[in-house]
Design a binder for this molecule. Sequence first.
Ligand SMILES: O=C(O)CCC(=O)C(=O)O
Ligand SMILES: [Fe+2]
Length: 378
Amino acid sequence: MSPAMAAIAENDDVFVDESQYQKGVKHLCENVISRVPSKYILPVQERPSRTVGIETATSNVNRQLTSLPLVDFAELRSLSDRPRALRLLAKACEQYGFFQLVNHGIPSNVISSMTDASSRFFEQPYEERAKYMSSDMTSPVRYGTSFNQSKDKVFCWRDFLKLTYHPMSQVLPHWPSSPADMREVAATYAQETKQLFLELMDAVLESLGLSQLPGDDSINIMEQFQEGSQLMVVNCYPQCPEPDLTLGMPPHSDYGFLTLLLQDQVQGLQILHREDWVTVKPIPGAFVVNVGDHLEIFSNGRYKSVLHRVLVNSARSRISVATLHSLPCECTIRPSSKLIDESNPRQYKDTDFASFLEYISSCEPKKKNFLESRKLST
Ligand SMILES: O=C(O)CCC(=O)C(=O)O
Ligand SMILES: [Fe+2]
């Protein structure tokens, strides 16, 4: 360890120079650390064991593993089972904003290769990962740390690699060339999850009663989804010596229509359900799917974009891959006209990707603020 980065024995702060924390948690963990540096220590009210919801603080944390609703994709694909599966899907999106998707048909080797290549990416020396560091939110490849590292006062215990994917564009050459299989594995994974998202979105529209209506926008919107935005977020949460003092990710909701999340077998994801934080139990090979802000807006509030956060632990590091899908970035998102009537007045303003980026660049995005900011006061 160089003197400039020397750990101060009695102090928790590993780095004398604050800017070293910008290099990420993996980099930090290359030093011997037995305590969490103050840069990562949350105020007491925001720590994992002390919060219910985000504003209220009680000690009533539900650490039980919850069984999320299970949606069987094979049933959605079967003519006879589809109506029942659609009802289940609707209930999950209304009541939890989350479900586990099983029998989705993506080959298991595509999934295991993705988690495997992701782990190997983070195992590389810092200099290799740092090639992709960028503060430009629109960059097609971005390595970074925390949640919003240029704004966060307290850092999260998480490093990430964000890859934007578009079937037509030339972003692949910008993706990491090391590990050697990363580009190919990530491209296959992106294509497979895109197809899955399209089929799921078709089911979501049907579950909202929006398909096959004369003059309905659903055919139009499905065409737009073909060209839609797709962001893969590979999250790495290293082992943490004092996991009760920090979070892997703060409470947040996702911006798109649907997020397809692959988590390894290390639990950590919690969702806010009936005011309790509940841990989502990993199911091997399943996707955790959640409603994003754009779908809440499009469904005029019927489907919920729910706050979730990530706990870290002292025993094992954790990898997850979240794929966020939405309409093309230049599209405006607004409540479907079919879901607005006298008894369901319009609840959200028009929104677009540019206003979202502007919003997250200008504030500390730790709460459900963006979606709140799009709500019309009634
Ligand atoms: O790591 C997880 O389980 C959740 C990740 C997440 O919420 C995100 O990337 O938006
Ligand atoms: Fe998320």
